[in-house]
Write a protein of this length. Structure first.
Length: 132
């Protein structure tokens, strides 16, 4: 499995990589712009990500806007519906506005609130059959 972790906080990226590394190769991005670029390169290369974890509050391009750009790129590459990459928003922001925007406007797969414990992340991934 090919995984992208996007978070501006290094300790959050390291924590998620520690949780996800047993399931696949992890790439990291420090902001939303890097995440979008990584997804673009992967799609153009024919090796899309199997899982993307996006923080919401990041510099240059926040996770919500990165999510929207990623979903648009997937549509442009003919990847819609069940063929979209599972994208989990992982954020300390647990407001109704953020959650509604992530799900209904952005099309995220699920929303995990920080602190993102190992068990919390793995439970969500199992719920969505990303891992067994």
């Amino acid at each position: 499995m090919k995984i992208l972790i996007a978070d501006d906080e290094a300790h959050n990226r390291v924590l998620l990589q520690g949780v996800l590394e047993p399931y696949g190769a992890c790439d990291q991005a420090v902001n939303g712009r890097e995440a979008v670029d990584a997804v673009r390169f992967a799609l153009e290369d024919g090796t899309p990500y199997d899982l993307i974890c996006l923080d919401i509050m990041m510099p240059e391009l926040d996770g919500q806007d990165a999510l929207a750009e990623i979903r648009e790129m997937e549509r442009e590459h003919g990847l819609g519906g069940a063929h979209q990459t599972p994208i989990f928003m992982i954020s300390a922001l647990d407001t109704e506005e953020q959650v509604v925007r992530a799900f209904f406007q952005g099309g995220c797969t699920d929303y995990i609130t920080k602190p993102a414990s190992r068990e919390k992340v793995l439970t969500k991934l199992r719920e969505h059959r990303v891992i067994e």
